[in-house]
Design a protein around this ligand. Structure first.
Ligand SMILES: NC(=O)c1ccc[n+]([C@@H]2O[C@H](COP(=O)([O-])OP(=O)(O)OC[C@H]3O[C@@H](n4cnc5c(N)ncnc54)[C@H](OP(=O)(O)O)[C@@H]3O)[C@@H](O)[C@H]2O)c1
Length: 299
């Protein structure tokens, strides 16, 4: 099968489409024929060797943590899903023609393959973090970075739960934030004054979806620093804020909530798609740090 791989860390120029052996579903897993797989910023970090501590790559590796597709192999102990079913969810090395998923739900028939392929990591992360913040009906939440993959999902899921949302983005994404029913604020110098000027607040929680704003500026918006949860600032805990990195949470429960909201159009994920052969362009976009919604590869 064809899969995205690298033989050395670096930039998008290192990405290759290669023929590799098909993976197989282990116990409790399924394999899919991939219809769409998203690129997440973490893929860009792996590509650049950020997790390798300076060591060279020992052997070729693949990429991708979420996908949509048609089930073509069932691991031992899997029930509730059949060969031929349309699903989306979380897995590994999904930027390939076949991939193994470890958590999945049925794809609503009305849902576009690319959108379903984009939904896994972004919606699970958004829901996990909103749950940690206790966001529900009547909550008032600030989402710092509301226009990216996770942030835009978080805005819409919070609104669907009945929360009031203020979100930050760059100047070109203010209309997009309005479209997804957040009160928009431009991030950067003076942002806290602009948040105050919206008149919305006090905030029950702050969702740090990008990790670029100094954590002290976020904790200043709430009466307890633990009401700030970051998904991207690894020093957040030093200031008493919380960090979530993905090991915790009910993944199938989150995917189920996402599927319901996607089917009812309460969650709309904007996608930009590339064929596998043009993955480098998709990675360039992710590495820019200024995409709107999600970048998706179509094998
Ligand atoms: N902990 C976890 O479990 C977990 C899971 C998934 C992702 N993450 C991490 O979370 C981060 C976001 O992921 P993602 O998929 O949402 O990324 P993404 O889609 O690439 O996010 C891009 C967005 O970030 C916004 N942005 C850039 N600089 C900003 C700033 N200074 N303030 C506020 N927003 C800013 C951009 O807005 P403009 O274009 O409007 O400038 C753009 O919309 C990444 O670091 C990723 O690795 C963590």
């Amino acid at each position: 099968m064809r899969a995205i791989r690298i033989h050395a860390y670096g930039g998008p120029e290192q990405l290759r489409v290669e023929d590799v052996p098909e993976p197989h579903a282990g116990p409790g897993e399924i394999r899919i024929r991939v219809s769409a797989a998203s690129i997440n910023p973490f893929d860009g970090k792996v590509l650049g060797g950020a997790l390798a501590g300076g060591a060279p790559l020992a052997e070729p590796i693949g990429f991708g943590f979420d996908a949509s597709g048609v089930v073509d192999e069932l691991g031992d102990g899997v029930d509730g899903v059949q060969l031929g079913d349309d699903v989306f969810g979380l897995g590994s090395q999904t930027q390939a023609e076949h991939a193994v998923l470890t958590a999945w739900v049925a794809k609503p028939a009305s849902l576009d393959w690319a959108v379903a392929g984009a939904a896994g990591v972004a919606s699970e992360t958004a829901i996990r973090t909103l749950d940690l913040l206790g966001v529900g009906a009547g909550s008032t939440v600030l989402i710092d970075g509301g226009s990216g993959g996770v942030g835009a999902a978080a805005v819409q899921i919070a609104v669907a739960r009945g929360a009031t949302v203020v979100a930050t983005a760059g100047p070109s994404n203010q209309d997009y934030l309005r479209e997804i029913r957040a009160t928009p604020v431009v991030y950067g110098e003076g942002w806290a004054e602009r948040v105050a000027a919206t008149g919305v607040g006090p905030f029950d929680g702050v969702f740090d979806a990008v990790g670029k704003t100094p954590i002290a500026e976020l904790t200043a918006l709430v009466d307890d620093p633990a009401k700030v949860v970051s998904i991207a600032n690894f020093s957040a805990t030093e200031a008493g804020a919380r960090l979530t990195t993905g090991g915790d949470g009910d993944k199938v429960g989150a995917l189920t909530e996402a599927a319901r909201l996607l089917e009812s159009s309460q969650l709309v994920i904007k996608t930009q798609t590339f064929p596998l052969d043009r993955a480098a362009e998709g990675y360039e976009a992710i590495l820019s740090g200024h995409t709107r919604g999600k970048i998706v590869l179509l094998p």
